[in-house]
Design a protein around this ligand. Sequence first.
Ligand SMILES: *[C@@H]1O[C@H](CO)[C@@H](O)[C@H](O)[C@H]1NC(C)=O
Ligand SMILES: *[C@@H]1O[C@H](CO)[C@@H](O)[C@H](O)[C@H]1NC(C)=O
Length: 259
Amino acid sequence: MKKLVTFFLLVILLLEITISVDSQNPSLLKFVLQWPPTFCIILNSAAQPGRCKEPILQHNLTLHGVWPADQRGFSLTCPVPPDPNWNQVFTAAVENQLMAFWPPLRENAQRRDLWKHEWRAHGACGRTTPQVYFNTAIQINNMLQKGNLFNYLKTSGIIACDSLSFAKRDIVGAIQKVFAQLFDVYLTCIPIDATNRTHIYLSEVTLCTNLGGTSFISCPSQAAPTSCSSGARIMLPHPKPQPRALWSFHEEVNGRDIS
Ligand SMILES: *[C@@H]1O[C@H](CO)[C@@H](O)[C@H](O)[C@H]1NC(C)=O
Ligand SMILES: *[C@@H]1O[C@H](CO)[C@@H](O)[C@H](O)[C@H]1NC(C)=O
């Protein structure tokens, strides 16, 4: 009996070691696309508000980043890597291709800022070189036969319109036309405002690929986000008017303080 208990304890211990080792290993990539108008709403209302470059894109989903994840789909974290020679990474050819689907959305952002940030915060955790990381992003984007993921939504009637809202399964169904099989994808949403419980805004769409970025796979259910799962109808917002630039906001606040 004692031997049996010891045996089972050993098995459990081994299992836990395997699981924890696996969960630190990159095992897939998340290709995370964002709906620019929703990104800008989030940015405008952040604790330290920022503004988007105008005009805000509304005919494309743009890439947020490519995030190496463990086998359950959770993004990996790792120490910030030393900077490579960025001029060698971003050749004119690479830069032109990245700009078409991975443009910086923030006002005043330099064209390479977002790419560098994504490499430091996520890309390096995949244990490749920056060259491989950005080429993989280009390669995954090229696997979208209709060019931009928004074209798949559009052809299913899913567009930005104040009078249209969609069920989550309709949006997922439209995206699944990218694949030859019914692979799972992740959607994230944000509330429209503090009171509305019936409608929400689409924020991001995540497609998953193998670690090499050569074929799509199903996004693992364990890390599936729940922000679009309330049963609320999902909308794609148009670009909203943005608050004025920060400096004028401060002036206004200061002015009010004095009076
Ligand atoms: C939209 O996406 C297509 C296909 O990826 C690209 O060719 C085009 O430049 C993009 N347009 C904008 C405004 O980013
Ligand atoms: C929630 O938002 C939708 C879409 O804008 C709108 O039609 C609906 O009236 C809103 N409901 C509430 C309670 O504000």
